[in-house]
Design a protein around this ligand. Structure first.
Ligand SMILES: [Zn+2]
Length: 210
């Protein structure tokens, strides 16, 4: 039988469902919250409770935002002909921190991972291809993570774009569309999420045709 009050045990269980949090950290966080002033605790609780209500997916780039289209897609100062393809909204946040990228995004919400039964249809690849098909896009920057899943995803997208470019009856001429891949400076096996701004800036500058 647990000596801890039920409410604490429940909270610990909730924390343990979060990624990267084991039983020890979950207990520590729960006891930490117990010592927090009540107004802070209520503010935290209401942020969590309201999270899904205030967040929508942008119907253009599929990033999370409070409005649809998102601020990037509706910004006329951004180069909408340039699409940076990333795995997660956190990656958009990381790229934005460099302050150097002025194009738009496409968030896949994952990467192809056959071991976990995640195929191309489980992530937002078709939506990206639809965007490309509409025409007017000059460059696709593949910024998926430099690991096996990220590489497989980029390769798949590249192949599908090639197929689009060589499809019969393609109304819009997509032959001028450039496909590049971030390469330089990013350590292999590491996630974009953990790259610092300088490394990520260099990776953008050193992108090559894919
Ligand atoms: Zn958007």
């Amino acid at each position: 039988m647990s000596v801890l009050p039920k409410s604490i045990v429940r909270l610990i269980e909730h924390f343990q469902r979060l990624p990267g949090i084991g039983p020890k950290t979950a207990s520590r966080l729960s006891l930490y919250l117990l010592n927090m002033p009540q107004p802070h605790l209520e503010a935290l609780a209401s942020s969590i409770a309201g999270l899904k209500k205030s967040i929508v997916f942008c119907s253009v780039c599929f990033n999370i935002a409070e409005a649809d289209p998102c601020p990037v897609c509706s910004d006329t100062q951004r180069i909408q002909e340039l699409i940076c393809v990333v795995e997660s909204p956190v990656d958009v946040f990381q790229v934005e921190k460099t302050g150097k990228y002025k194009g738009s995004y496409h968030v896949l919400h994952g990467a192809i991972n056959p071991l976990n039964n995640i195929g191309p249809d489980e992530i937002r690849i078709n939506e990206l291809l639809q965007r490309i098909k509409k025409g007017g896009i000059k460059e696709i920057i593949l910024a998926t993570n430099p690991n096996m899943e990220g590489e497989a995803t980029s390769m798949y997208i590249k192949r599908e774009i090639y197929r689009l470019q060589h499809a019969n009856g393609q109304k819009e001429n997509l032959n001028g569309l450039l496909v590049t891949r971030l390469a330089h400076g990013l350590p292999v096996g590491a996630d974009l999420e953990y790259a610092d701004e300088v490394t990520l800036s260099r990776a953008f500058e050193g992108r090559r045709e894919y």
